[in-house]
Design a binder for this molecule. Structure first.
Ligand code: MN
Length: 251
């Protein structure tokens, strides 16, 4: 089992190191990750600037590769030949904050795993439900290693991935594991208007952190009740009910 580990927080992120160390028990691990933080970068294919790949040293002294590209670029580069040995699995994370509901379309963590699924690999995205600062990746990393071992044996259907979110708590405080569906996030974005030194307006998208609708069976409900949530995702975004309705229209 050859596992590519990446993330969207950059090569120096503690969640990446914890993940890499835990997955080393499961197989051979290669790390190729962005050189800086790309959180909320979505699914990117860089086509208008050159991509670089440089060797980097992780905090435990092991070697990795860093790119100036996005998380999904890192995975694409690995599959396109930067990593010579065939890759069986892509694991992305561990993100310090949860990726729930519609977050998955914004998330660099999840879209890096999506890129792995597109390349035909087994793919897992892992996030910790931390609020920053006090993140403890120990249990999330161990859980992911166990999950990766199981997935290596059982396989996943083509073009699917697992979006895993783990409570930021020690193992004894975690209620269990739930297989969930995507919940509904409530975003609280607000436009912040500023004026630059030349008198031109510029904008930030600011506001409070998103909340969510805690409907039972969703990833949001699971995390709110201290469960690990595993949401299976597929790259096929077709809305089948709507497709069938539209086919009944008189075209
Ligand atoms: Mn991130």
């Amino acid at each position: 089992m050859h596992i590519l580990v990446t993330n969207d927080d950059g090569i120096g992120a503690p969640g990446l190191l914890a993940l890499k160390q835990a997955l080393s028990q499961v197989g051979k691990v290669t790390v190729l990750a962005p050189s800086h933080n790309w959180s909320a970068s979505g699914h990117v294919k860089t086509m208008h600037k050159p991509l670089r790949v440089e060797p980097a040293r992780l905090a435990d002294g092991t070697m990795a590769l860093a790119t100036n590209g996005a998380p999904s670029d890192a995975v694409a580069l690995a599959f396109l030949g930067i990593v010579e040995e065939p890759i069986d699995m892509v694991v992305s994370g561990i993100n310090p904050t949860a990726n729930l509901g519609h977050d998955v379309t914004y998330s660099g963590t999840v879209t890096a795993a999506m890129e792995g699924a597109i390349a035909g690999a087994l793919a897992i995205a892992v996030s910790l439900d931390g609020q920053g600062g006090d993140a403890d990746y120990t249990f999330a990393a161990q859980f992911t290693a166990r999950l990766a071992q199981r997935i290596a044996q059982e396989g996943l259907p083509p073009y699917t991935l697992l979006n895993v979110n783990v409570p930021n708590a020690p193992e004894e405080e975690i209620a269990g594991v739930l297989i969930t569906r995507q919940g509904l996030r409530i975003y609280r974005d607000q436009l912040v208007r500023r004026v630059d030194p030349r008198g031109k307006p510029y904008y930030w998208i600011g506001g409070d952190r998103p909340t969510g609708v805690p409907e039972e069976g969703t990833d949001i409900w699971a995390l709110a009740h201290n469960y690990v949530s595993i949401t299976p995702l597929q790259l096929d975004l077709t809305a089948y009910d709507l497709m069938n309705r539209l086919r009944e229209w008189d075209w």
